[in-house]
Design a protein around this ligand. Structure first.
Ligand SMILES: Cc1cc2nc3c(=O)[nH]c(=O)nc-3n(C[C@H](O)[C@H](O)[C@H](O)COP(=O)(O)OP(=O)(O)OC[C@H]3O[C@@H](n4cnc5c(N)ncnc54)[C@H](O)[C@@H]3O)c2cc1C
Ligand SMILES: *[C@@H]1O[C@H](CO)[C@@H](O)[C@H](O)[C@H]1NC(C)=O
Ligand SMILES: *[C@@H]1O[C@H](CO)[C@@H](O)[C@H](O)[C@H]1NC(C)=O
Length: 503
């Protein structure tokens, strides 16, 4: 349209027309009912963002067959509670940060444990309480690798922060690939394509540094080694940053908080299947709806929904939801998940196990292990209650503490007796925790069907509370824009440039 010679009146008329057009577009009726499957951080934050987008009238039902919080949960040992699943939140996890602000919860700064790296025979690295000593030790052992690693991680995470700006401006992505491409182009997608080990080698890190410093972090956080993709590697290495926190009272409080803030209705039951149904409307048209079949303690039931959000991993052992009668069939097969057993022990650690007879020279703290260690566990370290404890309470505490051990198999009594001089309480929690990472990562779709969306596909890049929240917000925005045909808010690939020029 030519506007150069237009009078002000025509201009106003033009703008009104434009307004009229968007209004017409907006005439599509809002959805009546939305189903969210899973009340972990992914499902509850999805409900929260859906409520923000679709307004107060839509009914949101959230299905949960276990505990609210899912992989966020606490265990009790000798009267104190400890995080049993997802525990550490990074200072740059902006969604988690704003959730606690909006819900009136408190952040609990985490006590930073000193890190020791054990290779099965000896400690290859021991952190000191003295900052300067650490700097000297690191340079002595690994040259400038630590600083370079920090920059390498920061580069990946800093780019990832762009997603918050996109989401604030209401942009969404129809696939994880498209999201990662918008964040950092093809270079960024290659972070999902190659292994962390290869990538770091190419960037000039020595094999020794990778084995002794990088792999133990991955083993401690994800139970896997240098063969994971580079992105999850960076997420794991960022756990060495300062300023880590958790939610006072337990991270799962965010889920219960979001659930009530979203005014979603909790349905206690197991979703068994989803299928498409065509229904006549009052006006004589037809409308397509999704029939969600679920099982409660009163027996099998079903309900109809306009939009369905799947916020659980779709693997045989967990989600196991059947999508019936879709043509082409909905492909949901995700990668197998990795088992992590978290064993909590109240007792006194056996320092001789680590080659240090009593009285021991080092103060045992967080111990991570290398791949060659061939031990029956991945990491062991002291944990602190989800209620605040003062530094003096911690240092006053005797050698007897609560320890958390991560392993891939259940520990035997014999193994526990070797690891501890004495202990009086043991609690075991096993998880199907994360995907087994093996790049190139083939990521599951976000859009499973016209109005069925999948939050947890993002775990194929890296699993974490914030990743689920980022994906939940993306799915809420995407479902909204697709419902109302706002294509301009979907899959824009030049956002970095566009936002720069708008500044
Ligand atoms: C041991 C461990 C340590 C971790 N450490 C960290 C950490 O330090 N920092 C971090 O950020 N992340 C960590 N994570 C990862 C983090 O906990 C997860 O990424 C996050 O909690 C996943 O949330 P989600 O809502 O996407 O999935 P989930 O929490 O798994 O939620 C899915 C929910 O769906 C329910 N459900 C499944 N199928 C059905 C069905 N058919 N019908 C009804 N309900 C169903 C399940 O019961 C579950 O509650 C850790 C995870 C584990 C296991
Ligand atoms: C990543 O790997 C996939 C499959 O191997 C390939 O199709 C794709 O082109 C690769 N992408 C990049 C950016 O290297
Ligand atoms: C401690 O570990 C050492 C070395 O593995 C072992 O010989 C000893 O029996 C353990 N001590 C206890 C009390 O189990």
């Amino acid at each position: 349209m030519q506007l150069s010679g237009a009078s002000p009146v025509m201009l106003i008329g033009f703008m009104l027309c434009r307004l009229g057009a968007t209004e017409v577009q907006g005439l599509r009726n809002p959805p009546n009912r939305i189903a969210v499957v899973g009340a972990g951080i992914g499902g509850t934050s999805a409900a929260y963002f859906l409520r923000q987008k679709f307004g107060q009238h839509v009914q949101i039902d959230i299905f949960e067959n276990g505990e609210i919080g899912g992989r966020l949960s606490v265990i009790e040992i000798n009267g104190n509670h400890y995080e049993a699943g997802g525990s550490v939140i990074h200072p740059l996890n902006l969604h988690m940060k704003s959730f606690i602000q909006e819900l009136g919860l408190n952040a609990l700064p985490l006590h930073r444990n000193l890190v020791d790296i054990y290779n099965g025979d000896e400690f290859v690295f021991q952190e000191s309480e003295w900052y300067l000593i650490n700097v000297i030790k690191r340079i002595w052992n690994y040259g400038l690798s630590f600083f370079r690693m920090h920059m390498w991680v920061e580069d990946i995470l800093e780019k990832f922060m762009r997603i918050y700006q996109y989401q604030n401006l209401d942009y969404s992505f129809s696939s994880i690939d498209s999201m990662f491409h918008a964040i950092g182009g093809n270079d960024y997608i290659t972070k999902l394509n190659g292994t962390l080990g290869e990538d770091m080698q190419k960037s000039g890190f020595s094999q020794r540094f990778i084995d002794e410093m990088v792999v133990p972090s991955l083993r401690g956080n994800y139970g896997q080694g240098a063969k994971v993709n580079s992105f999850v590697g960076a997420v794991s290495l960022a756990c060495a940053d300062s300023g880590l926190w958790a939610v006072e009272g337990g991270n799962k409080l965010v889920c219960t908080g979001l659930l009530s803030a979203s005014k979603a209705q909790l349905v206690r039951g197991t979703v068994i299947s989803v299928q498409e149904r065509v229904r006549p409307t009052k006006s004589g048209d037809t409308v397509k709806l999704y029939e969600v079949n679920y099982e409660t303690d009163k027996g099998p039931t079903l309900d109809m929904y306009d939009i369905v959000i799947i916020a659980t991993p779709l693997i045989k052992e967990i989600g196991n939801i059947k999508f019936l009668g879709f043509e082409p069939p909905i492909e949901t097969v995700s990668k197998p998940f990795h088992q992590i057993v978290a064993t909590f022990v109240h007792g006194q650690i056996n320092t001789s196990f680590f080659g240090c007879p009593k009285p021991c020279q080092f103060s045992v703290s967080e111990i991570s292990t290398t791949d060659r260690s061939n031990l029956f566990f991945n990491s062991i370290g002291p944990v602190y209650p989800v209620k605040p404890t003062t530094e003096s309470e911690i240092s006053k505490a005797s050698d007897i503490k609560v320890w958390k051990i991560y392993s891939s198999e259940h520990l035997t009594d014999e193994q526990l007796r070797r690891l501890f001089e004495s202990y009086d309480a043991v609690i075991v929690k096993d998880w199907l925790a994360f995907p087994k990472y093996s790049p190139p990562e083939k990521l599951p779709p976000v859009i499973l069907h016209h109005d069925i969306y999948y939050v947890n596909g993002i775990e194929g890049t890296a699993s974490g509370m914030e990743m689920s929240a980022v994906s939940a917000k993306n799915v809420a925005l995407l479902s909204y824009h697709r419902w109302y045909g706002k294509d301009g808010q979907i899959d824009q690939q030049d956002l970095v440039e566009r936002l720069k020029s708008e500044l």
